[in-house]
Ligand binder design. Structure first.
Ligand SMILES: [Zn+2]
Length: 127
């Protein structure tokens, strides 16, 4: 799946978001080291801290399906008119599974970042 298709898949995943409080439907697609894609969408909760981000949902989907090394995360919010970057918690989750690059949809097309650009010095136990 090329980058444009990943962003399109993330936008499609956003259609399944549960976002009655913020109104921002976010979708994410994670691609593992074997090229397999896993989607997720944000699911909000009336107890706000119980909310799960789309990226976290997609990572949980991938890891619970057996993936351990993730290469790419594509994120799209279909209700925002500006670019919406992953939150700090999701960036740290990406560090755990070795994500290399992050594609973020925006009004003028997507932008690409390395994970190192988004979270320099992410936490990891010494290997
Ligand atoms: Zn997040």
């Amino acid at each position: 799946m090329d980058d444009r298709a990943l962003i399109a898949a993330a936008r499609e995943a956003a259609r399944h978001a549960y976002a009655p409080y913020s109104g921002f439907r976010v979708g994410a697609v994670v691609v593992d080291a074997d090229g397999k894609a896993y989607s997720g969408a944000n699911l909000e909760n009336s107890a706000y801290p119980s909310t799960v981000c789309a990226e976290a949902a997609a990572i949980a989907h991938a890891v619970s399906s057996g993936a351990r090394k993730l290469d790419t995360v594509a994120v799209a919010c279909i209700d925002a008119d500006e670019i919406g970057y992953p939150c700090g918690n999701c960036r740290q989750m990406m560090v755990e599974f070795g994500v290399d690059r992050v594609l973020v949809d925006g009004p003028d097309g997507h932008v690409e970042h390395t994970l190192e650009e988004l979270i320099p010095h992410g936490f990891k136990f010494a290997e």
